[in-house]
Design a protein around this ligand. Sequence first.
Ligand code: FE2
Length: 424
Amino acid sequence: MALPELPNWETTPDDVAGAIRQVKAALRTRIDASGRTVEEVFAVMERRVLAEVEDIVATRARGEEVWPVVRYTDIANGTVDPATLELLQRRGCLIVRGHFERDQALAWDADIVDYVESNRFFETYRGPGDDFFGSVGSKPEIYPIYWSPAQMQARQSDRMARVQQFLNQRWTHEKHGVRWFDPDRDSLYPDRIRRRPEGANSAGLGAHLDAGTLDLWMTQAYQRAFRHLFDGTVEQYDPWDASYRTDGPQYAGTTMCAAFRTFQGWTALSDMANDQGVLHTVPIAAAFGYLLLRPLLSDVADDDMCGVNINKVFPVKEQWHAPLLDAISGIPDVQAGDSVWWHCDMVHSVAPVTNQQGWGNVMYIPAAPWCPRNEAYASSVREAFLTGSSPTDFPEEHYEQTWTNRFQPEDLNRTGRRGLGLAD
Ligand SMILES: [Fe+2]
């Protein structure tokens, strides 16, 4: 039986409240037409997610680590044990121990300091270019720096490529004869650096996710990607199915990510204790299904998507999502050279800290495999790389345009050239 079609908006709707009303009504009608009620469909997803919450709470109560932990050498040798792979599939996040040698990571951290100081960055810093991250005093915590030799060496390294390939392989990247992305080739998504000094106070970041905003319900590609949530086959919803994920646009806005990332991630450039304002997630890969269905229940106003709006990160709140928040789990202690990864649809937050002990330094490097969407973004990344500009996903700060000691095209290896689309 053919279900009623959904209305879709490929760019931000002019009348946002009207579009929400329209799409919610259509989603409810479509689910009803499948022979199930919205309440029934949501209850299936709720049971699935609450079973994970229960397991996470029990794991924590036993004093065990909630986050899956994998050694880099096991990834490199293909010897990650099946139980850990199964846990990773459920939790959707992991720590890679010894991804880089600790000395290598500390040397990169020192190189970044030399790089910015040699270019008088702290004297010329103009303040945060967006309102997403705050800064402390005159020195930023988030450096809008993209093209240091250290960052590019890490991005094009064999060790990074190997871990990204492992992470991409957690996804179903080929289905019904369509190859949605190439798990063996990354697009080197350039992002910033965080260096949070000893003694820092930070308010942290509230629980949110970065996968999108209203576009998650409103564009055709996303409606297809999340089809099982909306067509009465909710049991088949698979957070690891890449179908339709890699060609859809996101609505423009300061929080958008033009690329498709299988995992968000960062590499530690300092040792960090687990109580020093570190990353937390709701480590349940399927929780996103709960988040997408929750606004369809009758206790949410017809023009409200549980607070999700354009140009604002997708908020996760006590009011609508309380059961998920019981599962919030921080990373364990990490050492410089370890890396931290979480599924692109995953709820995450950063804990507050006062008088931080030790540094909190990371290089943001995700896994963004080659696909139509990332190939399109790579052309603007190439341009930014060649001119030392800020990539188009980020504020137009362009500090590095005149910095002559930035990473040069002749320093690219084959992985780097392929990532930028300069080689096949
Ligand atoms: Fe985020």
